[in-house]
Structures are given as structure tokens and as C-alpha cells.
Design a protein around this ligand. Structure first.
Ligand code: ATP
Length: 346
């Protein structure tokens, strides 16, 4: 199944797969004169894990609320599993599960009692409800804790109970707002595994998060939000290519008696840049060039001491993007100051 998903992700990347479950076009939300979401085009396909990233206030939650039909767009269209959430909110609600950052439960009731209550609210017949509740508790690793009051649950267990609640209605899409925030590393790892398992079962997942290294581990594609716009979108690797230039960074240490190693490394195909500090070199490259780099060192008469490759990190892409945006914004102001200094301004 995992293999099947990997294959389908590859097809999606190539644009050959058209199993779209969620689509927005020109989606816009104004609060008075403030633009919270600006002309968003988002397409998500079945079985994907898509990460919404961006600083506080960049419009992620507003986007999620519009997808769920919980707030009306000012302009543009939303289609979730073929439904317009504004016109058919119940059809969307029946098929899409939403896990907010803080899930509310009755603390004095047990996990099982909370789920029973939810099943009743959703009109699931009693026998079927009991079956689904047992199954959901089991899948979320909560079977043993099921009959304890929720007040005794850790944050990780509450989050898992939140997912168990969503599973009762057999959702096709699950939307999660900061699902791993506040979880300890072990609980976060367990939760990320749950996300992967859900994806492997064909459930599409949209999550918003600030925890980039976790997003990177679990998302097939990400969208980076800034001031209401999705400014970057793609796989982590494709973003690394666009923002950092090279998606791979090969670190190597080599003695180069005649100084020929740097030149030899620079001549390798798919190398974007070579940085050198003494015997240490960093190659930014479009692919993993360890084997070619090792050969180049030896052929250039050098002596290879160590070799390693670093995959691109979302943290770095994110930091570099916002750093470049800030300097681009500072640029016109700086040139204006220059013009004033040189008396070019009237
Ligand atoms: N009901 C509202 N009225 C006015 N402004 C709002 C309202 N809701 C959100 N905003 C503003 O819209 C912008 C986007 O907010 P949103 O909550 O979507 O951002 P976010 O990316 O989810 O941020 P965070 O990561 O902090 O949750 C913010 O500047 C916020 O102050």
C-alpha cells in the first residue's frame, strides 16, 4: 500500500494523476480592508499529505475555515470532494474530519464514553457505533486507556482520541491544525506515524504546522504562506532546488597538495556551488554526488579524509525565503536613501 502511494505521489508530481479532492481558485478573504487570504489556488489529490506552513497571521487558519465552510470567502471558489462548503456544509462535514489544535472533551467521562456521545450525535446506530469505537480506540493505541476518564490523559492521548473521534465517521479527508504542538518527542513521533498510516489507507491529510522538521518527515507536498498568499508550493526537494539552488549538500574533507581539488569539484555536472575552508569543502548539488566527488578528489591527486551528504531541510528553505524577501523589501528603501544622498530626489 505504501509503495502504491509512493507511486501515486510520483504520478501526481508529474501532473498525470487527476484525482483531485480539494480545489480552490482565487480564494480570497477580507476582514474589512485587511486581506487575510489573497487569491489562493490550491489543489490537493487523494492520498496526499499536504502541509500548510507560514508565520503567525499568514492566513493558514482562515484558509482551513473556508475549506470547512466555517467562514465565507469574500471571493473565489472552494470545492471539497465535489461540494461547495458554503452551499453544502453538512455534506462536507460528513466527509471531512477537522482536528483543531485543542480538542475539547468531557474530562470527567472516559475516552469510550466521549466517543459514544459523539457517535450518538452523528446518528450512528448503536451496534455499529460500538464496533467503530472499538476499532478507532484500537487503531489509536487507546484500547487500554479507553475506560479511564479523559482528565487522566496526556496531551498526546487527547490528540489521538481526537483522531479516534474523526475516524468514527470514516472521513475521506482529515484537516489538522498544529497537530503535534506541545507533544513530547515520543508522542510526536507516534502521531506522525499515525498520519502516515492514515495516508496509507487512502485518507487525504491537510495539516498546518510551524514544526518544520516534522512537516518535512510526513508531507508529500507543502505550501508556504506569507501575508495571505501561497508563495511557494511543491515537494521539499523541489523547493530546495528553487530557494537554495542545490537540493543536496555534500560535505567533504580532502588534502589537496596542488590545490586542484576545488577546480575538479567545481567541474562536476550538477554542482551549483563549491565553498572551501582549508581542507573542508561544501558542494551544493542537484543530486547526491558523493561517488563522483570521491572520484574527482582522487583523480585530482587529493587525499579524501571524510565524505557526507546532507539532505535539504525545510527549516533552511523557510529561513532563506523570508530572509530574501526581507532584503528585497529593504532594497527599494535603501536605494531611495542613496538617491536622496546624491541629490537625485526632487
Ligand atoms: N475574525 C477576524 N477578524 C479580523 N481579522 C482576523 C480575523 N481572523 C483572522 N484575522 C486576521 O487575519 C490574519 C490571518 O489569520 P490566520 O489566523 O488565518 O493566520 P494563521 O496563519 O493561521 O496564523 P497562526 O499561525 O497564528 O494561527 C491575521 O492577521 C489575523 O489577525
Amino acid at each position: 500500500m505504501a509503495e502504491k502511494n509512493r507511486r501515486s505521489s510520483a504520478h501526481q508530481e508529474e501532473g498525470r494523476h487527476d484525482d483531485v479532492v480539494l480545489r480552490t481558485r482565487g480564494l480570497t478573504k477580507h476582514y474589512g480592508s485587511f486581506v487575510a487570504v489573497d487569491n489562493l489556488d490550491l489543489t490537493i489529490r487523494r492520498g496526499e499529505v499536504f502541509g500548510l506552513l507560514g508565520p503567525n497571521g499568514s492566513g493558514k487558519t482562515t484558509t482551513i475555515l473556508m475549506l470547512l465552510g466555517l467562514t465565507d470567502p469574500t471571493a473565489g471558489t472552494v470545492e471539497v470532494l465535489g461540494f461547495d462548503p458554503q452551499r453544502h456544509p453538512l455534506s462536507v462535514k460528513a466527509r471531512v474530519g477537522y482536528l483543531p489544535d485543542q480538542v475539547g472533551f468531557y474530562d470527567n467521562l472516559t475516552g469510550r464514553e466521549n466517543l459514544t456521545y459523539i457517535a450518538k450525535l452523528n446518528g450512528i446506530p448503536r451496534a455499529e457505533a460500538y464496533r467503530r469505537i472499538d476499532e478507532a480506540l484500537d487503531r489509536m493505541g487507546l484500547a487500554e486507556a479507553a475506560d479511564r476518564p479523559v482528565s487522566t490523559y496526556s496531551r498526546g492521548m487527547r490528540q489521538r482520541l481526537g483522531v479516534a473521534e474523526l475516524l468514527l465517521k470514516h472521513p475521506q479527508i482529515i484537516i489538522m491544525d498544529e497537530p503535534t504542538l506541545g507533544l513530547d518527542p515520543e508522542a510526536a513521533r507516534l502521531f506522525l506515524r499515525i498520519i502516515r498510516d492514515l495516508r496509507d489507507e487512502g485518507i487525504t491529510i491537510l495539516l498546518s504546522s510551524h514544526l518544520l522538521y516534522q512537516v518535512q518527515e510526513v508531507c508529500d507536498r507543502v505550501g508556504l504562506f506569507s501575508r495571505g498568499r501561497m508563495v511557494l508550493e511543491g515537494t521539499v526537494q523541489s523547493l530546495a532546488q528553487r530557494v537554495l539552488g542545490g537540493a543536496y549538500r555534500v560535505h567533504l574533507e580532502a588534502q589537496s597538495p596542488n590545490g586542484a581539488v576545488a577546480d575538479a569539484l567545481g567541474r562536476l555536472p550538477d554542482v551549483v556551488a563549491v565553498r572551501q575552508e582549508g581542507d573542508r569543502y561544501i558542494l551544493e548539488a542537484r543530486r547526491d554526488l558523493r561517488a563522483e566527488a570521491a572520484r574527482a578528489v582522487v583523480e585530482a591527486g587529493g587525499r579524501l579524509l571524510s565524505l557526507d551528504v546532507e539532505a535539504p531541510s525545510l527549516d533552511e528553505i523557510y529561513a532563506r525565503y523570508f530572509q530574501e524577501m526581507k532584503s528585497a523589501e529593504a532594497q527599494p528603501a535603501a536605494s531611495k536613501r542613496e538617491e536622496v544622498k546624491h541629490g537625485r530626489n526632487p
